[in-house]
Design a protein around this ligand. Structure first.
Ligand SMILES: NC(=O)c1ccc[n+]([C@@H]2O[C@H](COP(=O)([O-])OP(=O)(O)OC[C@H]3O[C@@H](n4cnc5c(N)ncnc54)[C@H](O)[C@@H]3O)[C@@H](O)[C@H]2O)c1
Length: 281
């Protein structure tokens, strides 16, 4: 199976490497040669740590690394691929331009998947002549560790494309779930947002302090991090903007950002990256 990955940032580099670990031949394309070098080096570091820990043999690591072939030429990556996963910046016009080009240079039977975390494939596939072969495959960071892939079908995605995306996720050693229609936040982020929003409502209402809410979630639900610790980890601005996006796009009061969260963001207390958020670091 010949896979092409377009964009060699945090996601694309590891999508390519995970596939190669599972025996696929991968062409990894980025328009920046520097970014490709970084991706190759970073993947080497990850696999060598596995070798040191005895989780992977040296020949297996070397073989997996050599199965990822970097290229700055999109057409070289895509022209004989059977399956293509796009992971460029989260900008709709950029993704549309990449898909238009892929539609032109890739074999007609290749699946064109996007790893977008917010855009339904229908926002992108319209620029192609073949929207039925376009689908969303949402991997989670870090891809070398996180098992889940959300496969989201658009209104024009064919059954065959859906089946091939599910099969590709499995072939890459990942567990896919199928989402039958485009919906903001897909499954995981919707559920995470709902739980986080409830935690903020409880905090805003003075029902419990943030440490106790985190402890309740960590000890009672066995989540590795409570919502406030997780917010500090990913950046409270990220949490706030995600809430605001959901609120403005749906108009649903359930998603209105918490005043206490808004105050933290306005005060520049964004979590670990500013050394203070809900907790101090
Ligand atoms: N980072 C995450 O946690 C995460 C999780 C799931 C999904 N995603 C999605 O994955 C995609 C990539 O995210 P990321 O975090 O890897 O971004 P990133 O900024 O780390 O990498 C994006 C890469 O795309 C490259 N690029 C930009 N324009 C290009 C072009 N025209 N042709 C080829 N390459 C181009 C850039 O050089 C860069 O290396 C986004 O759609 C994002 O929403 C990200």
């Amino acid at each position: 199976m010949r896979l092409a990955v377009i964009g060699a940032g945090s996601m694309g580099a590891q999508i390519a490497q995970q596939a190669a670990l599972c025996g696929l031949d991968v062409q990894l394309h980025d328009k920046s040669a520097e970014q490709l070098d970084k991706a190759v080096e970073s993947n080497r570091g990850h696999l060598m740590r596995r070798v040191e820990k005895g989780k992977l043999s040296r020949p297996e690591a070397d073989a997996a690394l050599s199965r990822v072939r970097p290229t700055v030429e999109l057409s070289e990556a895509a022209s004989n691929a059977e399956f293509i996963i796009e992971a460029v910046f989260e900008e709709v016009e950029l993704k549309r331009a990449v898909f238009a080009e892929l539609d032109r240079v890739a074999p007609a039977e290749a699946v064109l998947a996007s790893n977008s975390s917010t855009m339904g494939i229908s926002q992108i596939a319209g620029v192609t002549l073949t929207p039925e072969r376009c689908v969303n495959m949402h991997f989670f960071y870090p891809v070398l560790v996180m098992d889940l892939v959300e496969v989201v079908r658009g209104p024009q995605t064919s059954d065959e494309t859906v089946e091939r995306a599910l099969a590709m996720a499995r072939r890459m050693g990942r567990t896919p779930v199928l989402i039958n229609r485009e919906i903001d936040g897909f499954l995981v982020n919707r559920i995470l947002h709902a739980a986080t929003q409830e935690a903020y409502r409880l905090l805003d209402a003075g029902v419990a302090g943030f440490e106790d809410i985190d402890t309740a979630v960590e000890k009672g639900l066995n989540w590795p991090m409570g919502p406030f610790r997780l917010g500090d980890f990913s950046g409270l601005d990220v949490t706030y903007n995600a809430r605001l996006h959901m609120y403005t796009t749906t108009g649903d009061e359930r998603f209105r950002p918490s005043p206490l969260l808004e105050a933290k963001v306005k005060a520049g207390k964004l979590g670990r990256k500013t050394k203070e958020g809900w907790y101090t670091y």
